[in-house]
Structures are given as structure tokens and as C-alpha cells.
Ligand binder design. Structure first.
Ligand SMILES: Cc1ncc(COP(=O)(O)O)c(C=O)c1O
Length: 469
């Protein structure tokens, strides 16, 4: 008999009441999303301090805890709301939350197929869908990760294992200077020294220059290094640039290099109308990072790595131990054989359920809309003489800065960003491109439609007018 006032196995009525309370809490939050500010950090430090507390010896009622949570949730960047146009948004399709609830409440183990064969199959099927949607052949395999950074880490380890031996310090990795920093980080974690990293120049549209790749490979060879991997961008974070995949693949093939596509942000635009032509070549890559928590609008915490030759993924990650002998299936590979993880959540369900529930067509429609909205924002800003556009959108990022003397534009840019965000209708972020301050609009949340994009552009025009006179 439990003596705790709130035992770990509550009475059925209590469980039901808790479940209903959480559902109502979430639904109420979602119902008001459209009216919530795009960010709100007012007074958050005191609120934060209130969460620095000791572990309670006795439990507390759920209602009060939910109230505290709601207070904390609203004091943040509203990354789920329609006005979130900063960094790389996604929104968080609700079906994934339902999936997580089912997955964690039923708590099955899917890391080895033998423990829950049909559930492991759900995950394998969902990963297979991603591979087909990206145009990869049937031998491709993949894993679901917590995000792009870890997918990239596993990709680099796989390429390293396939192309080099245990003495790999002389291996060289090529990528453009616009590449996400998770690539250098993954290389470091995979044991490569700084000398292995070759950041190459980009052209006027921020795409890797193929001649520079060719030259760097030759130069490295002549110095006795072993070129083995090129990372091509399918949508950079700064401007959404897509590297010239056909040229990169050609050079890589001539030189026996593995081609990894960082398609974390951009890969799913292949599903949009015209997307296959836009990203032509992605289907030829040896591996790719894809982030369903970006381009499929799912909640944070779901990345994917796809590898053309699935056996390579297994060669890099497989481990054996006698204590898993009961569930290890001869000749079959569970996700634990393909990834660094063993025990983990049933995260495949948060991909499978939205795709089953909405169908791919719903995602295609959204992705097409996002491309069109970014172009529309670009055209409206381009027509305003106070802005200097850095590129036409290749995908759904619009990057720009204030026109005028460099120092002045760099000084006023942050103030413009502050003023636009302070209206709290939209939330934008900034970056530095070739050393200079730039603002970005990234349209990727499924909740963002024309009204917010128009509000963003209007706010930018009005505030730029007020700043520059
Ligand atoms: C192009 C690109 N690659 C990789 C990543 C890293 O992904 P994650 O934040 O999911 O680790 C990002 C994140 O924004 C990205 O934009």
C-alpha cells in the first residue's frame, strides 16, 4: 500500500481528470495562438527565478502546475505562432503532439525490431517514405534523430568509415563558407582536426563555387591529404542558397568523394510544385540531413539522416552485446544498429501520424505557399529604395539590409530589427553575411500566411522610413 499522497499510479478517475485537464490546457493555448504576441519576455527574469526551486518531497496538484507552465510558455519567442519568421521556423503540427502522447503513454521500445515488430515497422516505413520522397533508391536506409546537428554527426561518421581508415586525421572535408556550423562541430566530434576542414568561397548568390572545390581537392592531394567528403547545401540558413548540385556531384564522382547534402532546411521543398527541378541532384547524393521539424513543420525534436547505401549506415553504427541476444534478429537491422542510440522514444510515430492523417498533399500545398510568400515579400521589399536585397529567394528566406553607407547600415540594422519585433506581430532575426549585418525573413511555419508576411513588410517599410527619414 502506497503512503505517498500522490502515488505514481493514480486512481483511474484521477488519471482521466488529469488527461482532460492537459488536453483543455493545450487546446486553449492553440485557440489563442493567432492573438498571442510574436514574442514576450517582459518580466521573464523574475518568472525564471521562480523556477529555481528545490525538488518537492510531496507532490502538488496538476492545475497549479499547469498554470505555472502556461505563465512560462507565454514568456518566450512564440515559435508556434504565425508571426514567427526568425531563424528556421516550423510551427509544430499538432498531430505530432498526439503521436508523442500515444508513444510515451504506451511506452513501447522500438530500438530493436524484435521488441515491437509492427511499431518498428511503422518507423522504418516512415523513414522509407522520406527516402522515396527525396528520390533515393530502395537500398537507402535512414534514422530519426533529435535534429539536424546529430544527423550530420552520424553522416560524417558514416562517410569517414566508408572512405578512410582508422588513421583519418589527413582526411579533408569540403563545404562552402555559408554552411551551417553543425558541420564543423560534427567534424570535430568525429575526431577530425581543424586542418581537415576546408571552407570554400561562394558566388554572388551564396552558392559554393565548383572551381574552388576542384582546386582545393587538387591542392590537398598535392600536399598528401585525403579528400573524402563534400557537404553540399540544399538551403543555407542565412539566405536559403542551394549549391550547384550537378557540378558538385560531378567533381565528387571524379575524385571519389562522398557527397552529403545538408538539406535540413531546404530538402522538403522537393515536395512543392516544381520542387524536383529546384533541387535536382539531391536524389544522387550519398547521404542527406533532413529536418522534419523544419520543412515538415513538426515540433522541435525530429531530424532525419538518409543514406543511399543503407548498409554503410550499419557498418558505421552497428554494435553487438550478449544482453540483447534475445531480441537481435539475424540479418535484420533495427534502428539501434543504424544509429548511435539504443534506448530512445518511439519518435517515428510523430512523423508517421501526420503523414497518415493529412497526406503528403497537405504538405506540398504548404511548401508551395511558403515559396510564393517569400517571393512576394522579396518583391515588396525590393520595391522599397531603403532596402538592399542580398539575393532573390532561392527557397523561402529573404535576406536584406538597409541601403546606405556600410557603417551606418550596420549600425541602424539592429535598431530596425528591434522596432519591427517590438510591434509583436512578427518576429524576425538577423545574421552577418560576408561580415555585414543583414536581416532575414524565413517563411516556413505552416501557420504563416499572407497577412503576417504583409505585416512584416509593412512594419519594415514604416520603421525603416522612421529611422532613415
Ligand atoms: C541548414 C541547416 N543545417 C543544419 C541545421 C541544424 O539543425 P538542428 O538545429 O536541428 O540541429 C540547421 C538549423 O537551423 C540548418 O538551418
Amino acid at each position: 500500500m502506497s503512503r505517498a499522497a500522490r502515488p505514481l499510479e493514480p486512481e483511474p478517475q484521477e488519471l482521466e481528470a488529469q488527461t482532460r485537464a492537459v488536453a483543455e490546457f493545450v487546446l486553449e493555448h492553440l485557440r489563442s495562438l493567432d492573438r498571442q504576441p510574436s514574442f514576450d519576455l517582459d518580466g521573464v527574469e523574475a518568472l525564471r527565478a521562480s523556477f529555481r526551486e528545490a525538488v518537492p518531497e510531496e507532490g502538488r496538484p496538476l492545475d497549479g502546475l499547469l498554470e505555472r507552465l502556461e505563465a512560462a510558455i507565454v514568456k518566450s519567442y512564440n515559435t508556434a505562432g504565425p508571426g514567427y519568421l526568425a531563424y528556421i521556423p516550423g510551427g509544430g503540427v499538432y498531430a505530432s503532439a498526439l503521436a508523442d502522447f500515444v508513444a510515451t503513454a504506451t511506452n513501447r521500445y522500438v530500438g530493436v525490431a524484435g521488441a515491437a515488430p509492427a511499431l518498428a515497422q511503422i518507423e522504418e516505413t516512415a523513414i522509407g517514405w522520406l527516402a522515396r520522397l527525396m528520390g533515393l533508391p530502395p537500398g537507402a536506409r535512414g534514422i530519426l534523430t533529435s535534429g539536424g546537428s546529430l544527423s550530420t554527426f552520424s553522416a560524417l561518421v558514416t562517410a569517414r568509415e566508408e572512405c578512410l581508415d582508422e588513421d583519418f586525421q589527413d582526411g579533408s572535408i569540403y563545404f562552402s563558407e555559408e554552411t551551417h556550423h553543425c558541420v564543423s562541430k560534427a567534424a570535430r566530434l568525429a575526431g577530425f582536426p581543424r586542418a581537415s576542414l576546408r571552407a570554400l568561397p561562394t558566388d554572388a548568390r551564396f552558392r559554393l563555387v565548383p572551381e574552388a572545390l576542384d582546386e582545393a581537392i587538387r591542392e590537398d592531394r598535392s600536399r598528401g591529404r585525403r579528400p573524402f567528403l563534400v557537404v553540399a547545401n540544399v538551403g543555407t540558413t542565412n539566405t536559403g542558397a542551394v549549391d550547384p548540385l550537378a557540378d558538385v556531384l560531378g567533381i565528387a564522382r571524379e575524385n571519389g568523394l562522398w557527397v552529403h547534402a545538408d538539406a535540413a532546411y531546404g530538402g522538403f521543398f522537393r515536395l512543392a510544385p516544381g520542387g524536383e527541378a529546384l533541387l535536382r541532384g539531391i536524389e544522387e547524393c550519398d547521404s542527406m540531413t533532413l529536418d522534419p521539424h523544419k520543412g515538415l513543420f513538426l515540433p522541435y525534436g525530429l531530424g532525419a539522416l538518409l543514406v543511399r547505401d543503407g548498409a554503410a549506415l550499419a557498418r558505421a553504427h552497428r554494435g553487438t552485446a550478449s544482453y540483447v541476444q534475445d531480441v537481435a534478429e539475424e540479418g535484420s537491422l533495427g534502428s539501434a544498429d543504424l544509429s548511435p542510440e539504443l534506448s530512445r522514444d518511439f519518435r517515428g510515430l510523430r512523423l508517421w501520424l501526420p503523414l497518415m492523417l493529412h497526406g503528403v498533399s497537405a504538405f506540398r500545398e504548404q511548401l508551395g505557399e511558403k515559396l510564393a510568400l517569400a517571393r512576394w515579400a522579396y518583391e515588396m521589399l525590393r520595391d522599397e529604395p531603403r532596402f538592399e536585397m542580398l539575393d532573390e529567394p532561392q527557397l523561402s528566406v529573404v535576406a536584406f539590409r538597409l541601403r546606405g553607407p556600410e557603417a551606418e547600415a550596420d549600425r541602424l540594422g539592429p535598431e530596425l530589427l528591434r522596432r519591427v519585433n517590438e510591434r509583436r506581430r512578427v518576429f524576425l532575426s538577423s545574421t552577418r553575411i560576408r561580415g555585414r549585418y543583414a536581416l532575414r525573413i524565413c517563411v516556413l511555419s505552416f501557420r504563416t500566411h499572407a497577412d503576417r508576411v504583409r505585416d512584416a513588410v509593412l512594419a519594415l517599410k514604416e520603421e525603416a522610413g522612421a529611422l532613415l527619414g
